[in-house]
Design a protein around this ligand. Structure first.
Ligand SMILES: Cc1ncc(COP(=O)(O)O)c(C=O)c1O
Length: 403
């Protein structure tokens, strides 16, 4: 038995290593490349070469913002670099409470709780809210951390076709009376950049008395006039029960949060295992995150500029003949088809000085491999126009575009 187990483990390791090695040998391996330096808001040094950054989650260009850097430095002076353990025991610092109050105010919620990553937040929150005997209903394209949380919870896990509200209703009808029901979706989908049909989803959750959890990893700073997210975007305040987000994308730090009613947050503080059994956020990161939420509101031009940049980038790529799928946001898929085409596009684009990255199966379905490009508020109009030109040259070179 032990031998058999070791054997299948060994096979799994070898299969992955063979795939990595074969991609490396073809000079098509682009993952795990260190960014050596930040050069202004939109350029980076990679492998000794300066490139335009088109793969960043820093949607508002806040990485390196002076107020945020200063907040982190001051927190180190005041608290040091670590905490005294888990939040429940000696790990809670004043800066954690200040951050949670800031998030609650930003998300128009009564309270908020933070965890050490967005991934961990989904894992622990979903599995603390639902369990055996409950139902969790999830969009098919939800992020892996949501899927893992659903699987870990032990609840009956139902999935519905991506952004298909009839399919969601069909699932809701399958839940027996009296069972706990939690519906979960990304606000903005991380591989496709499209936005969930939020108004219909809210209506269905009300009709079927289901709890609604929305992951705002890619919508904070992006959706809504002031960048506060999907409720603002659709003019539907106070409609999400569990407002989840990360501190690692628009917010240039690390960590995750949930904002919601006081009673929900109190429950999570005393029942979610990642809060009770894992160390608190480092003070510098908590302080940076708090300052970043403030900057979003103090510098509204960034949200506006991001919206303009995204429209410019998407329209330009479409006019050049690319298929950018259904994106409406800063995440812009450039469909390539095969994994090889996506790798080829990446290599050629990076040679021309554009730092873009490929997404291939199993992260996306086979045949839908793509570049997953992003634009930020740090890009200037001329840079984006040049990037579109370079990408269309590359598209023609590798055959993703005809002509
Ligand atoms: C939709 C979504 N949720 C959660 C996460 C996990 O967040 P983090 O990277 O902060 O752990 C990600 C990260 O890419 C994401 O895209």
């Amino acid at each position: 038995m032990a031998d058999q187990m070791a054997d299948s483990i060994q096979k799994r390791i070898e299969a992955m290593n063979r795939r990595v090695e074969s991609i490396r040998q073809q000079d098509l391996y682009f993952y795990n490349q260190p960014v050596e330096e930040l050069r202004g808001g939109s350029r980076v040094l990679v492998n000794g070469r300066e490139m335009g950054m088109y793969a960043s989650y820093s949607y508002l260009g806040l990485v390196g913002h002076p107020k945020i850097n200063r907040a982190a430095q001051q927190a180190i002076e005041k608290y040091g670099t670590g905490t005294h353990g888990v939040r429940t025991l000696a790990g809670t610092l004043t800066i954690h409470r200040e951050l949670e109050e800031t998030i609650a105010a930003f998300k128009h919620a009564e309270d908020a709780i933070t965890y050490s990553s967005g991934y961990v937040t989904n894992l622990t929150v979903v599995s603390t809210l639902v369990g055996r005997g409950d139902y969790v209903i999830s969009d098919k394209l939800n992020h892996a951390s949501i899927v893992d949380g659903c699987l870990m919870s032990g609840a009956k896990f139902l999935r519905f076709q991506h952004n298909d509200m009839e399919a969601l209703e069909h699932r809701l009808k399958q839940v027996p009376d009296g069972c706990g029901k939690l519906v979960i979706a990304d606000a903005v989908f991380s591989m496709d950049g499209d936005v969930i049909d939020f108004p219909k989803m809210v209506e269905l959750c009300k009709k079927y008395r289901a709890w609604l959890m929305i992951d705002e990893a890619h919508s904070v700073g992006v959706l809504g006039e002031r960048g506060t997210g999907i409720e603002e975007h659709f003019g539907m305040p106070n409609t999400i029960d569990i407002k989840m987000g990360t501190l690692s994308k628009t917010i240039p730090s690390v960590g995750g949060y949930v904002a919601g009613k006081k009673e929900v947050i109190c429950y999570l503080r005393h029942a979610s295992r990642a809060y009770i059994f894992s160390a608190a956020l480092p003070p510098a990161q908590a302080a940076a995150a708090k300052a970043a939420f403030e900057v979003i509101l103090e510098e509204p031009w960034r949200v506006k500029k991001l919206r303009e940049n995204a429209a410019l980038f998407i329209n330009g790529l479409k006019q050049s003949g690319f298929d950018t799928m259904l994106t409406e946001t800063a995440i812009v898929p450039i469909l390539c088809g095969s994994d090889e085409a996506a790798f080829g596009m990446t290599r050629a684009a990076q040679r021309k000085g554009l730092f873009v990255l490929p997404v291939v199966s199993p992260a996306v379905p086979p045949g839908l491999a793509r570049l997953r490009a992003t634009v930020t508020a740090a890009h200037e109009k001329e840079e984006i126009e040049q990037a579109i030109e370079l990408l269309s040259e590359v598209g023609k070179e590798v055959g993703v575009l005809s002509g």
